[in-house]
Design a protein around this ligand. Sequence first.
Ligand SMILES: N[C@@H](CCC(=O)N[C@@H](CS)C(=O)NCC(=O)O)C(=O)O
Length: 191
Amino acid sequence: MTTLYDAARCPYCARTRIVLVEKGIAYETVEIDLSDRPSWLFEMNPAGKVPVLEEDGWILSESAVIAEYLNERYPEPPLWPEDPGERAAGRLLVFRFDDFSKPYYALRRGDEGARERFEEELAFLDAMLRGVPWLSGQAFGLADIAFLPWLLRARGLLRISLEPWAALADWVERACERPSVAAEQQLVAAL
Ligand SMILES: N[C@@H](CCC(=O)N[C@@H](CS)C(=O)NCC(=O)O)C(=O)O
């Protein structure tokens, strides 16, 4: 039995939900109230954060690690390219994700200059996507999944138009054709 300790509005949980759908893994959800986290959550993850994945009593936290675990545990369909260099380049993007998320959260808080810094990050992703359909090349995978939840929220909740970044906007549209990401788009619309 696979259980996801989840919060609908959490983009890190969205990463895990997308991987679970892409892999076709049946799972149960336990919704955590982030404004009143249960004490037992800290026993599962000392950081007290979601997502937490539980498989037959075995517990794992950290969305990027959970994604890697699920991709290895359930190899089909693969969510990294076969080429080691392409895989490493994709992992580098995930490793440096905070460069993207810091301006996002600064913008959400309304910090001065955050909009410009976030737009620089959008321009960076846009440049990466010129000439390739997905962040790690020819196939959808974990690099895309690492970033898309924030793009959906930037567009849907922070009302950022992606129009100035055509390759980025096309990438989000392309991703939303996948049931795993379309479900997240609907969820964001309902937040
Ligand atoms: N590095 C963690 C971050 C997870 C995270 O920040 N989750 C947020 C919800 S979006 C959370 O649980 N926050 C609880 C808190 O710290 O108050 C991951 O990738 O899983």
